[in-house]
Design a protein around this ligand. Structure first.
Ligand SMILES: NC(=O)c1ccc[n+]([C@@H]2O[C@H](COP(=O)([O-])OP(=O)(O)OC[C@H]3O[C@@H](n4cnc5c(N)ncnc54)[C@H](OP(=O)(O)O)[C@@H]3O)[C@@H](O)[C@H]2O)c1
Length: 430
C-alpha cells in the first residue's frame, strides 16, 4: 500500500482546471475508494503567470515536462494538453518510464492508440482514455468491459456538441449555417477556428476510438470518410421535416462480415428515432449488440465537470490497481484482420437537391441517368419555381443505391445543360 499516489497533471485549461477542482473537492471520498490520497504533485503549463479559474498553489506549476517525466514519485500522468504534439511524445515517454497514463486526447489516441496501447502492455502500465470520446458519457468503459461478450454490428453517434448545437439551431430557427455558427461562437460552443468540428474531423477521431473497441480491430484515421456540415442550407432542414426526417452529423461504424465501414457526414434520420431528439450540445451514441440489442448512451460530451468525471474515474481505477499491487488493466485485444470498406462501396439511400431549368423533359433526362446506374427513385418533389431565372428546385429521395453509382450519376447530371446546380447530396439512414 502506498501512503499517497502522486499525479503529474499536464495541462491546466478547461479540463485540467476541472480535474484539479474535482480532485480537491472530492479528496476524502476518492482517498476512501483508493485507500490512499490521490494528489497532484506537479502541473505542466505553457504560461505559469496566466490567471486560472481553479485555485492552485503556484509552486506546483512548471513549464518543464521533465519535472513530471523524470520524477520517480509520480505514478500517474494525466495528459490534458490536447493536440498531437507535444502530447504524443509526453505520453510515450511517460509509458516508457513506467508511468500509468490517463488522457483525454482523442487526436493522439485516434492516431497512435494502437502503438501506445502495445507500448503500455510492454511496460506493464495502464493507458486509459475514457474522456477522449463522449466527455462525461461512459463509452470506452462499457465497450471495454460490459459489452465485451457482444458482437457489435453498428454504432450511430452524435459525438460533436458544436455541430449538434448548430444543426439544432438551423432546424428550430430556420436559419442558415453561417448565422448558426456565429451564434455558437458567441456562446462559446464553437471555437474561433471551427474547422475541426464543422468538417467532422473531431467526430472522426472519436469514431476511430469507438469503432476499434466495438469491432476489436485496428481502425486507422485514414479509414474514416468525413464530410462537414457547411453545405447544409436552411431549405434542406425544411425539406427534411416535410419528408419526416431530422438532419444530424452522424458518426457511423458498421460491421459487414470481415469488413467495416466508418464515416462521418450529415445524415437524414427518421424523426421518431431517439437520436433525432438529441438536441443542442448533447451527445448520444447508439450501439447495436447481438446480445444487448439496441442501447443508447446520452449526456454531456464536453465541459470541465463531465470530462473530469471520466478522467478521475480512470485515475481512481489506476490508483486502486497500484494499491492492490496490480500493474495492468486488461485491454481489449485489437486484431488487424478486418479491413475497411471505402465510401464508394457503401449502400444507402440519398436525398438529392438540385436546381434545374424549368422546362419540359428535364426530369426525364435526370431519371434516365439514375435508371441507367440502377438508382431507383422513391419520391420526387418539385419546389420553388423561380420564374425570372426560369429554374425550379427538385428534391429526389432514392431507394438504397451504391455510393459509387450515385457519384457517377452526380457527375453525369452536372454535365447536363438543364442542371444549373447540384445543391446538396445527403445520405439517409433509416
Ligand atoms: N474542453 C472539453 O470540454 C473537452 C472534452 C473532452 C475532451 N477534451 C480534451 O481534453 C484536452 C484538453 O482540452 P482543454 O479544453 O482543457 O484545452 P485547453 O483549455 O486549451 O487547455 C490546454 C492546457 O494545456 C497547456 N498546454 C498547451 N500546450 C502546452 C505545451 N506545449 N506545454 C505545456 N502545456 C501546454 C495549456 O497551458 P496554459 O494554460 O499555460 O496555456 C493549458 O493549460 C484535449 O485533448 C481535448 O480534446 C476536452
Amino acid at each position: 500500500m502506498k501512503e499517497r499516489i502522486e499525479i503529474g497533471l499536464m495541462g491546466l485549461g478547461v479540463v485540467g482546471g476541472g480535474v484539479e477542482n474535482a480532485l480537491r473537492e472530492k479528496a476524502a471520498d476518492i482517498a476512501k475508494q483508493v485507500g490512499a490520497p490521490l494528489a497532484v504533485k506537479r502541473i505542466l503549463v505553457r504560461d505559469p503567470s496566466k490567471k486560472r479559474t481553479c485555485q492552485v498553489q503556484p509552486h506546483l506549476l512548471t513549464t518543464d515536462p521533465q519535472h513530471i517525466l523524470s520524477d520517480p514519485e509520480i505514478d500517474i500522468v494525466v495528459e490534458v494538453i490536447g493536440g498531437e504534439s507535444p502530447a504524443y511524445d509526453y505520453i510515450k515517454e511517460s509509458i516508457s518510464r513506467g508511468k500509468h497514463v490517463v488522457t483525454a486526447n482523442k487526436e493522439v489516441i485516434a492516431k497512435h492508440g494502437f502503438e501506445l496501447l502495445n507500448l503500455a502492455a510492454q511496460h506493464q502500465v495502464a493507458l486509459l482514455y475514457e474522456a477522449s470520446a463522449g466527455g462525461g458519457i461512459p463509452l470506452i468503459g462499457p465497450l471495454r468491459h460490459d459489452l465485451l461478450a457482444n458482437k457489435i454490428s453498428a454504432i450511430h453517434a452524435i459525438i460533436n456538441g458544436t455541430t449538434n448545437y448548430i444543426l439544432t439551431k438551423m432546424a428550430l430557427e430556420d436559419i442558415d449555417f453561417t448565422t448558426a455558427l456565429r451564434e455558437a461562437q458567441e456562446l462559446g460552443y464553437a471555437e474561433a477556428d471551427p474547422a475541426s468540428d464543422v468538417e467532422g474531423i473531431d467526430a472522426a477521431y472519436k469514431l476511430v476510438i469507438l469503432a476499434a473497441l466495438a469491432f476489436q480491430t485496428q481502425v486507422l484515421l485514414g479509414d474514416v470518410y468525413h464530410e462537414g456540415i457547411s453545405r447544409l442550407a436552411a431549405r434542406d432542414f425544411r425539406y427534411a421535416k416535410e419528408l419526416g426526417y431530422t438532419v444530424k452529423l452522424l458518426a457511423i461504424a458498421k460491421r459487414e462480415d470481415n469488413t467495416f465501414q466508418v464515416r462521418v457526414h450529415p445524415t437524414f434520420i427518421p424523426d421518431d428515432l431517439l437520436l433525432a431528439k438529441v438536441n443542442g450540445v448533447f451527445n448520444a451514441v447508439q450501439i447495436d449488440g447481438d446480445l444487448t440489442g439496441r442501447i443508447l448512451f446520452y449526456g454531456q460530451g464536453a465541459g470541465a465537470a463531465p470530462t473530469s468525471s471520466a478522467i478521475l474515474a480512470d485515475a481512481i481505477r489506476v490508483a486502486q490497481n497500484i494499491n492492490q499491487g496490480l500493474s495492468q488493466i486488461p485491454q481489449v485485444r485489437l486484431g488487424q484482420t478486418m479491413t475497411a470498406r471505402p465510401i464508394s462501396e457503401i449502400e444507402t439511400r440519398y436525398y438529392l437537391r438540385m436546381t434545374v431549368a424549368d422546362r419540359p423533359g428535364v426530369l426525364a433526362q435526370i431519371t434516365r441517368i439514375l435508371g441507367e446506374l440502377l438508382i431507383s427513385i422513391s419520391s420526387v418533389i418539385q419546389k420553388g419555381v423561380d420564374e425570372r431565372a426560369q429554374s425550379a428546385e427538385i428534391v429526389i429521395m432514392t431507394h438504397p443505391a451504391q455510393e459509387r453509382a450515385m457519384q457517377q450519376a452526380i457527375s453525369q447530371m452536372e454535365k447536363l445543360d438543364v442542371v444549373k446546380e447540384i445543391s446538396n447530396l445527403v445520405r439517409v439512414e433509416d
